[in-house]
Design a protein around this ligand. Structure first.
Ligand SMILES: Cc1cc2nc3c(=O)[nH]c(=O)nc-3n(C[C@H](O)[C@H](O)[C@H](O)COP(=O)(O)OP(=O)(O)OC[C@H]3O[C@@H](n4cnc5c(N)ncnc54)[C@H](O)[C@@H]3O)c2cc1C
Length: 296
């Protein structure tokens, strides 16, 4: 019996929040870590590459697709439990919505800022996802702030290891966890009453109200902010690019650091807008915008 589920020629537009992207050679959902190793052996025997995908909310897949395997950690990686009162152990495939709901149900505070983010725990760790703090908008709260350690499968020696937070090179929207498969993590939270937790979730969500106005499929921020005081969105807007359209892709009229798929946008349309925004900001401000979006 195979320890993974496999589908060939799977359209990746089904698995990205952008709803864009050609097919992968195959889509694999392993049952457990042995299933991941078995799947990797299969992929290597076929001489293909592979990529790990969470919920696909920070991703642009090219129109030609990916001639390799996508490994998606789903069932089997969604477990969540409490260890020692304030420590949560969660699987990589758990959605951030379920993580924050679990914390709330157990009167655990500290991860309220993740409540409105659409990804899975693995993607959030890999990206060091975060939001601006409620108290000081120039500062970010990031997932690294609540992580104790991360369980990974190291692709160098195919061994499962636990990496202490101090040994992970977390930076703004990056973790340095390339060549590793994130399997899960332990998060350190704190006890609080549910009313306080609910109030903070509401406050974080209120700050994200404007996202509802975007109205079309997207992948969140396209570029990293060059600094906490200089947002990529403001720079792109200052170049007069808000609402600029190529094919069915558009620089959102609501927020210039978001590109939306108006219906039938291709990855090439999105890449065209990325080039335009980059060139505009370079010319006007002499700033090189760095991509937050991952491109396959
Ligand atoms: C509307 C909207 C709003 C957003 N708002 C925010 C925000 O406020 N703050 C923020 O930080 N982000 C935001 N994002 C971006 C995104 O939701 C986060 O970065 C999220 O954490 C990505 O999670 P994911 O599971 O979708 O990752 P994916 O997009 O699937 O993957 C992201 C990267 O992680 C890698 N990866 C995924 N799983 C693993 C694994 N198990 N092991 C190793 N590598 C892995 C992938 O290969 C890829 O390079 C937003 C996105 C959208 C669409």
């Amino acid at each position: 019996m195979l320890m993974y589920m496999i589908i060939y020629n799977e359209p990746l537009s089904r698995h990205t929040s952008f709803k864009i992207g050609g097919p992968a050679y195959c889509w694999i959902e392993p049952e457990n870590s042995d299933g991941i190793l078995e799947a990797i052996n299969f992929i290597e025997a076929k001489n293909k590459k592979f990529i790990i995908l969470g919920k696909g909310t920070n991703l642009l897949v090219k129109d030609e697709g990916f001639n390799g395997a996508i490994i998606h950690l789903a069932k089997g990686f969604e477990k969540i439990e409490t260890e020692k009162e304030v420590i949560i152990k969660a699987g990589a495939g758990l959605s951030l919505a379920r993580l924050t709901k679990y914390a709330f149900d157990n009167s655990l505070a500290g991860c309220e800022f993740l409540a409105g983010l659409p990804g899975n725990l693995c993607g959030a760790i890999f990206m060091n996802a975060g939001v601006r703090s409620l108290e000081c908008p120039a500062e970010f709260i990031e997932i690294k702030d609540i992580i104790l350690d991360v369980e990974i499968l190291d692709l160098k020696d195919r061994k499962i290891k636990t990496l202490d937070k101090r040994d992970i090179d977390f930076k703004y929207r990056s973790s340095g966890l390339e060549r590793k498969i994130i399997l899960g993590a332990r998060l350190k939270l704190e006890k609080d009453n549910k009313i306080n937790i609910q109030d903070r979730i509401k406050a974080f969500n209120k700050k994200r109200d404007w996202l509802a106005k975007i109205g079309f499929p997207n992948a969140g921020s396209i570029f990293k902010n060059p600094s906490p005081y200089k947002s990529a969105g403001m720079l792109i807007e200052s170049c007069g690019l808000k609402g600029k359209r190529i094919g069915d892709a558009e620089i959102s009229k609501v927020h210039a650091n978001i590109i939306v798929n108006l219906g039938k946008a291709t990855a090439n349309d999105v890449l065209g807008l990325i080039d335009l925004a980059r060139a505009g900001v370079k010319q006007k401000f002499d700033i090189n915008l760095e991509l937050e979006l991952k491109i396959i």
